[in-house]
Ligand binder design. Structure first.
Ligand code: FES
Ligand SMILES: [Fe+2]
Length: 354
């Protein structure tokens, strides 16, 4: 179900403060703590003796002591102390995971340690750029498969029904979508021309009247997305055109981490090309985005329950093209990683309508 040789967001950096923090990621229990020098350690959260979570133990001099019989592990997961024994059993060890802090987030590599290159962490263009403002990020847990989240992020059509009062705008229902697939992921995009701006964005546009709007939904493997929203005055937009200087651009970064097969954590932040130091703009966006993502959560959790309890087959529609393409290639990558023949990560479909 999961691609392991990949970086996932484990937490916001500020979440890993003093003490021990337990999190389940890709169905693995992991304990996080900070060493005295501030660096984060991530270890398997199960003592090899009787599988008591090490997160119930104590940090002692940067090492982790089990709360039951005191087996003590260093940052690499090796047992360095076994009370009452001359030396620690050679098989007393726990897995340690590579971690890296970037963009205010803590990233964890869930695959083979030797291939954990930090250059593979999702790149955030304009991070730290003084001309761009940061909408403070947030996160939430969803009781649904991470694949329903990636489906949703490759489906700009849902905006017209789920986000009626926010992201939705004129012509969201009918303008056709362009699909592009690369080795890195799938992008679904479209220009919607000469329409009134969506209510969510309207107060922040620096021009009057109708606009040309670009929706760019790009999801990269395993489950990270860049959603670009572009608004420019009507008849100045379009693919390949140089956009005017008063164009509104917001890059929304979305990182999804599977907890297990049917739940995931969702982390996000946005960068905008205007009002870089305006805290009020940042606050307004942060709360509006949270509101809109709660709308997604309601639908996606209901979807999971619906699919789990279906009594008749489900069907696909035209807007499922991007999500299906993404799932297919992700399934191939997972199969390759496991040395198996590719299989498709989806529930069998009986009927497909155009
Ligand atoms: S369960 Fe951890 S030392 Fe016994
Ligand atoms: Fe949505």
């Amino acid at each position: 179900m999961f691609l392991r040789n990949a970086w996932y967001v484990a937490a916001w950096s500020h979440e890993i403060s003093e003490g021990l923090h337990a999190k389940k990621i890709l169905a693995e229990n992991i304990v996080f703590y900070r060493k005295k020098d501030g660096r984060v350690v991530a270890l398997e959260d199960a003592c090899p003796h009787r599988k008591v979570p090490l997160s119930m133990g104590r940090i002692k001099d940067d090492q982790l002591e089990c709360g039951y019989h005191g087996l003590t592990f260093d940052c690499s997961g090796s047992c360095v102390r076994a009370p009452g024994m001359e030396r620690a059993p050679s098989n007393a060890k726990v897995r340690s995971y590579p971690v890296e802090e970037r963009y205010g987030l803590l990233w964890i590599w869930m695959g083979e340690t030797h291939s954990a290159e930090t250059s593979k962490i999702f790149e955030v263009e304009h991070w730290g750029d003084q001309q761009w403002g940061l909408n403070q990020g947030d996160g939430m847990e969803l009781a649904c498969s991470y694949l329903y989240m990636t489906d949703n992020l490759l489906d700009p059509t849902h905006v017209a029904w789920v986000h009626l009062t926010s992201f939705a705008g004129a012509a969201c229902e009918d303008t056709p979508l362009e699909l592009a697939a690369t080795d890195a992921g799938v992008t679904v995009s479209r220009w919607i021309m000469d329409q009134p701006p969506a209510p969510f964005y309207a107060p922040f546009l620096s021009f009057e009247g109708n606009c040309d709007r670009k929706q760019h939904y790009e999801v990269r493997y395993p489950a990270n997305a860049l959603v670009k929203s572009i608004f420019c005055p009507a008849n100045t937009g379009g693919e390949g055109r140089e956009l005017p200087s008063n164009t509104f651009v917001m890059d929304s970064y979305n990182f999804i981490t599977p907890i297990d097969e049917k739940s995931c954590r969702y982390y996000w932040f946005q960068l905008r090309n205007f009002a870089p130091n305006d805290a009020e703009v940042s606050r307004q966006f942060a709360s509006s985005v949270r509101f809109a993502f709660e709308e997604d959560r309601v639908i996606l959790q209901a979807l999971q329950i619906g699919m789990d309890n279906k009594t008749t087959p489900h069907i696909d529609i035209k807007s499922d093209r991007g999500p299906k393409q993404f799932r297919k290639h992700l399934a191939d990558l997972i199969a390759q990683e496991q040395g198996q023949a590719p299989k498709v990560l989806e529930i069998p479909v009986k009927a497909v309508s155009a």
